[in-house]
Write a protein that binds this ligand. Sequence first.
Ligand code: FAD
Length: 403
Amino acid sequence: MRTTDLLIVGAGPFGLALAAEAGHQGVPHHVVGRPMSFWQQQMPAGMLLRSASDWHLDVQAVATIEAFLASRGLTPAQAEPLTRELYLDYCSWFAAEKGITAEPQHVQRLDDADGSFRATLEDHSVVSARAVVLALGMGPHRRAPAELVALLPPGSWRHTCDAVDFAGARDRRYLLVGGRQSAFEWAALLAEAGARQVDVVHRHDSPAFAAADWTWVSPIVDRLATDPGWFSRLSSAEQEGFRVRLWAEGRLKVEPWLADRLPPAIVRVRPRTSLAAARLEDDGSVSVDLDDGDRVVVDEVLLATGYLPHVDDLQLLRAGTLPPLAHHDGIPDLDDGFQTSVPGLYLTSLPAAGHFGPFFGFTIGTRMSAAVITRAVLDRLAGTPAVPSPRLEPTDSQAASDS
Ligand SMILES: Cc1cc2nc3c(=O)[nH]c(=O)nc-3n(C[C@H](O)[C@H](O)[C@H](O)COP(=O)(O)OP(=O)(O)OC[C@H]3O[C@@H](n4cnc5c(N)ncnc54)[C@H](O)[C@@H]3O)c2cc1C
């Protein structure tokens, strides 16, 4: 069994930012997770980011996206909107600059063991840690509404995060359910991949093609870094005000660079429309009746129905022996240091949005999360006894580079 002070589970933007800051502050740590696997495997090639170069990962403000771009002879103005591929390159560069090497495995279960944690990895090896941070991102929280799933023939649909390879899209017909950025981005990419027909169906009005204004978000998240309890102390009405404002930027607008990429001959946008019935035809196509009386026949339905955090989605906790996390409507109760109701267990990224604000659905939260969690873990380690078992072997490349 290997041991470490801090186990970071997940090597996406939140996990990488935390590993860098923990290393900077001298916290021995170990990262388990396939680096940036959600961005690599569950977002499509050619996707453009909504966020710009200022949403970097480095609390120390050295390994920034701007510094990365400069190393390639690029300015933000030349590089934006950032491609997914460029952002992935930035994250690889960031990990190299910070000496972060993640152990590319999945944590299958997390147990308690005499005041410490035992993480069992997919190869059945065990890592023992005094503190654990779960930075698992959005993937576990994908949502396919039950009423849609009940209506659609089995095998006829996928969530957009499972439909990111458009190599086979030529001449196919798609129904995209959803009306936010992902629905329109997938529609554009499908049309560009040669899809014959893409119907985009949503219950609400279509969003506007307009640049989102995120400029007000950074000062708020910077403020949270020095006063992490700020958002949670606001009244419900004030919190809702921020949620509505972020919603208006992120959900009521889609990026203007999509507008020209939706050829009307292929992409039909159907606002204020719902699915009424669906059936599988003999030729394998799916006939979908819409509540406006129209019918579309497609080869596949894609659900751009997003993500919603719930503690029950955290499979590694369900498989283990830790007590259930305290929560409200599935949103975990956290303290101002991202600690859950289980002492020493921290949770960041999307599930932290309940306590710290809706900004945690985006990478803007990475630096604040890294700085605050590192401080909290340092405090905890200073007050708790070390795990009485052998430490990670110094020759272990993971341990050497992560710490
Ligand atoms: C289509 C789309 C577009 C987006 N565009 C933007 C954008 O432009 N700008 C922006 O700021 N945000 C954007 N987001 C949001 C962004 O994806 C998240 O804010 C960000 O990825 C969260 O980072 P993370 O590290 O928490 O999670 P992730 O990037 O999801 O990384 C979590 C990692 O944890 C791993 N993991 C999960 N469970 C385990 C386990 N048990 N053991 C080990 N590893 C595990 C996963 O495999 C994954 O690699 C977008 C999201 C989507 C879906």
